[in-house]
Design a protein around this ligand. Sequence first.
Ligand code: OAD
Length: 228
Amino acid sequence: MKRLVVLSGSGVSAESGLQTFRDNNGLWGEYRVEDVASTEGWRRNPELMINFYNGMRRKLKDTLPNEAHKIIASLEKDFDVTVITQNIDDLHERAGSSRVIHLHGELTKARSVFNEERTYDIGYGDIKMGEKAPDGGQLRPFVVWFGESVPKLSEAAAEVENADIFLIIGTSLVVYPAAGLVTLTRGNCKIFLVDPADINISLPNLTHIKDKATSGMKKFTEAVENLK
Ligand code: OAD
């Protein structure tokens, strides 16, 4: 089976009703990144950050995967698929994708402030201020904030290096190191981009399906029909 690697961003979950970050009505128009997604913000006001992610987690509970997540999952019947996602939602898994690498963490997990690797499943429940992990550290969201390293990067990079087809979907490609992964593809790798906006990327072997995730994924499946 050919190896298909998907790099997804918040745009893949937009039609499920989750906000993207930098579009009009995006999260970073409502909140300051420094306050809710940085190590600096955590030092200044951990309670605000805990509450912010508690809110996201509660919303996620009532959110469903959309047709794009489902098509990505269904591609496993024809391809060896790995999803690398910048998203902290669990919609790829709930749509049925079996191999998902979360570059920026997972909302449904918590971790201790003392240990970035050991995680605790919390489902869609809240984290409380004062709630401790077994190592005595305050529990915090298992989310990679600006100023922190990306522990899953090398695992993701290894997948991209072996990809026959690389699909980028729903990301503005402005946040590194995720945005740099495409540079690791082999010369003969076919690259597709599904996004309604113009994205600042130019590669000779890239096809831009300029469409929303749900309708764009239908076109993508047709485009890879003869690449199986
Ligand atoms: P952005 O908000 O930067 O980009 C969202 C992308 O989704 C844009 O390119 C939109 O054109 C596209 N989009 C919008 N609606 C869409 C739809 N219906 N179908 C397909 N695409 C659509 O979000 P990300 O690129 O995901 O990190 O942001 C990357 C990272 O920045 C996030 O993981 C988050 C954020 O800060 C952290 O917080 C660590």
